[in-house]
Structure formats: structure tokens, C-alpha cells
Design a protein around this ligand. Structure first.
Ligand code: PLP
Length: 423
């Protein structure tokens, strides 16, 4: 048997795989030209200017078409978009929102910034919300669920929607990590009441920063547009909405997308098909080869294999020690592998665990809830288990056949080297 790099053997690769910033590594002259056009037209603002390019509008229209959803709103980030989504749904002080224990801190952070309080629900072997355990965090103050499609894998949306319907909850889909993902043929983000996308650097597509809010509901859309633009709904005519400008306004924010971001995103969006078909094809190749080579490997559970992006190969181990050992040995072979958030659930961050907010008087947590929100380190034991038993290996869209072969060879080498009793 080949000596593992972690034991002093020769690594499978001589240098690491290319970085997994799918959108950023595909940036080029298309984005440059699009941004140049906005600049040369001296028209960087979406709602007025001299020679308007309408890049943000173009992005919104293209997204609407490709996602099959009537309303899309460009915003400055997914965090802003989540806040916009909650405000559109009327969520704020005195409300609770269900958030998965495994997500980026932006998800619960946005809930707190919206004036509400996050309650954490378990994730299952898919690393996404466990629909069977939603009931256990439910009470009469919960107004919404944020379903996060984590690291390229889709949530069990049918079960989540059924639960939400039963309890009359809004479902907000956080698609930040999984732009392009589908569930039973439908684009994620369009299944719940509102979907939110991120165009930050670490996501599938990027303009450095940026985001989008999508919905089928015109009322939610109008409220989202108003909240993101100081209470105004400037595109009433574009959407044929005949509401009164002043009667329906409320105090809002400025979360408007710049034309510079819009221009980059129009070009990035055109690359989404390539990105998703590459990651799906990479995943299929790697998995098919591994099922042959290492039949005993167990894969991260999927709620829809065809819909998942395949942007990460998820392997499931029997013990935490095995998962850790595998991760370290893979990294020694120069094939990046990791546990989600290094095995830490989102509420372990001190600002969430200690319910720290910027307010000096009334924080969202001080609302006199009938069941006050109390956090503890061990409140989601299944999630802790699931993220620590699952190792993710990113499969960037620009991997070539040699790279894929290295991933396959590396997984087989390390798995056999660490766990096989026969050689
Ligand atoms: C990155 C991320 C966000 C935040 O996105 P920004 O555009 O950086 O605000 C929200 N939710 C999840 C699950 C994320 O991964």
C-alpha cells in the first residue's frame, strides 16, 4: 500500500488544486467590458443618470427568466437580502425565526439585525434542516423558517413547505452557497415565499459583493423593494403596480445594487450554466469512480441528487476521529478537505451564543417571549454529530481531468491507507 503523505510519503499532488472561487476565477474581459460601459456612460446609479445602461434591471430580468420567477430585486448582499426578506414579511421585534444550526453566521445575524430572534433547528445527514425535528423548536412566536441550501446540497423543501403551511410560517430560502441548485426540477429560491442569493466572492457567482431577493408574491416584492430603498417603490410602472407612493411607504434602508455590480453580475450570470454543469459532471465522475474503487465509502445524504450542484464531494464517516484523520491526511496530499465551519455550529460564535447585540437598551432578545430564547452549546447534538462526521472536498468548475483523477486517487489512497485492514 502506498505511504500516505501525512506519514512521510509522496503527496498525490505537487501543488494544491485551484482555489474554489467559481465566479471569480472565471472573471475576465466580459465583466471588464460591462463595467467599462457603465463607467463610460457615467451612469453608475440604477434609478437615474444621463445615459442609463440599466445593468441591474437587466440582471433582474435575466434572473427572473432563468429562475422562472416574476420578481427579482438586486441588493447589496445576501445579508441585506435576508433582512429585506424578513421586513417584506413583516418580521421584527417580538418574532422568532427558525434557522439551521449549520449555516454561515450571516443567517442568524440577519435575523437579529431585523429585530427578531433566531431559534436553532437540527440538521440531518444532508447537513441541511431536518424537517422531522422542526416541531421541537416551534412555538407561537415563530414567524418564519430560513431554509439554507448548504454547500451545494438542497433542502428537503416538500417537507419544509408542508411544515410551514401547517403552522402558517413564511419560508425564506437562503441560496447564498448554492446559486443554480434545483429541487425536483424547480430552481431553489423560488419554492419558498422568498429566496435570497449572494454574489460575494466565496459564492458560485460574484461581483465581490452583491445579492438578490426573489419572490412570486407581488405584495412581498413591493415591500422588499420599499425596504431596500428608503420606503420608495420607484419601479411601480415597470411592474404595473398601482399602489400609492405615500400611503404604503414605511421607513427603510439603502440596500440598492450599484450599476457597477449589476454590470459584473449580468456577465457572471451568463457563466452559471457552465459552472453548474461542470460541478455536476465533476461530482458524477468522481463518485462513479469511487463507487468502483472504494465501495465501502458512504456519501453525504442528498435530498435530490440531480438538483444538487456537486460543488462539494461529501463523505460520511462513522466516528469524528475517522473524519478528522481523513481530513488531515487529505490535506497532506494537497487535496483540500474540511468539515463545515471546521466542525463548529453557527450558534457557537460568541455574538450568537452570548446574545450580544449593538443595542444599549432593548435588544431583540429582551422581548417578553412566553418561552424566552435560551442557547446552550449542546442544544443541537445531531447537527454537531452530522457536521463532524462529514468531510467536504470542493470540486471547482475549472478542475481538469488530471485534477479529478488526483481527487479520486487521493480519496482512495487515504481511505485505504487509514482504514483498510487488507492491502
Ligand atoms: C455567505 C452567506 C451569506 C451572506 O452573504 P453576503 O452576500 O456575504 O451577505 C448568507 N448565508 C449563507 C448561508 C452564506 O453562506
Amino acid at each position: 500500500m502506498e505511504k500516505l503523505a501525512i506519514h512521510g510519503g509522496t503527496p498525490v499532488r505537487t501543488k494544491p488544486l485551484p482555489p474554489n472561487y467559481p465566479g471569480a476565477i472565471l472573471m475576465g474581459k466580459e465583466e471588464l467590458e460591462a463595467v467599462s460601459k457603465v463607467i463610460m456612460n457615467q451612469s453608475p446609479f440604477r434609478y437615474y443618470g444621463q445615459n442609463m445602461v440599466y445593468a441591474v434591471r437587466q440582471l433582474e430580468e435575466q434572473m427572473a427568466q432563468d429562475l422562472s420567477v416574476p420578481y427579482v430585486l438586486g441588493v447589496t448582499s445576501c445579508t441585506a437580502g435576508l433582512i429585506v426578506a424578513m421586513k417584506a414579511a413583516g418580521i421584527g421585534y417580538g418574532d422568532k425565526v427558525i434557522v439551521p444550526a449549520n449555516t454561515f453566521i450571516a443567517t442568524p445575524g440577519a435575523v437579529v439585525s431585523a429585530g427578531a430572534v433566531p431559534v436553532f433547528a437540527e440538521v440531518d445527514e444532508s447537513l441541511n434542516l431536518d424537517p422531522l425535528l422542526l416541531e421541537s423548536v416551534m412555538d407561537e412566536d415563530v414567524k418564519a423558517i430560513i431554509a439554507v441550501h448548504v454547500s451545494g446540497s438542497v433542502c428537503d423543501m416538500d417537507a419544509i413547505m408542508a411544515f410551514a403551511e401547517k403552522h402558517n410560517l413564511y419560508v425564506i430560502e437562503d441560496v447564498a452557497q448554492s446559486c443554480g441548485i434545483k429541487y425536483k426540477g424547480k430552481c431553489a429560491g423560488t419554492i419558498g415565499h422568498i429566496g435570497v442569493f449572494s454574489f460575494q466572492m466565496n459564492k458560485m457567482l460574484t461581483a465581490g459583493e452583491g445579492g438578490a431577493v426573489v419572490t412570486r408574491d407581488v405584495k412581498l416584492f413591493e415591500r422588499a423593494a420599499r425596504y431596500h430603498d428608503q420606503g420608495m417603490f420607484r419601479d411601480r410602472k415597470r411592474y404595473g403596480v398601482e399602489t400609492d407612493e405615500n400611503e404604503d411607504s414605511f421607513a427603510g434602508q439603502n440596500y440598492r445594487m450599484s450599476e457597477l455590480t449589476g454590470a459584473v453580475m449580468v456577465e457572471q450570470w451568463k457563466k452559471l450554466d457552465f459552472i453548474c454543469s461542470s460541478t455536476r459532471s465533476h461530482y458524477k465522475k468522481v463518485r462513479t469512480a469511487l463507487e468502483e474503487l472504494v465501495p465501502e465509502l458512504v456519501y453525504r445524504k442528498s435530498n435530490d441528487r440531480a438538483g444538487d450542484l456537486g460543488s462539494n464531494l461529501g463523505l460520511r464517516f462513522e466516528t469524528r476521529e475517522q473524519a478528522r484523520a481523513f481530513t488531515e491526511a487529505m490535506n497532506a496530499e494537497l487535496i483540500a478537505a474540511r468539515m463545515m465551519y471546521n466542525g463548529k455550529l453557527v450558534f457557537m460564535s460568541p455574538q450568537i451564543m452570548n446574545q450580544r447585540t449593538p443595542e444599549t437598551k432593548m435588544s431583540p432578545y429582551q422581548y417578553p417571549f412566553k418561552h424566552p430564547v435560551v442557547y446552550s452549546e449542546d442544544m443541537c447534538p445531531n447537527s454537531d454529530e452530522n457536521i463532524n462526521l462529514t468531510v467536504l472536498i470542493p470540486l471547482s468548475p475549472i478542475l481538469n481531468d488530471d485534477d479529478l483523477r488526483d481527487v479520486i486517487t487521493g480519496v482512495a489512497k487515504v481511505y485505504k491507507g487509514l482504514f483498510s485492514t487488507v492491502s
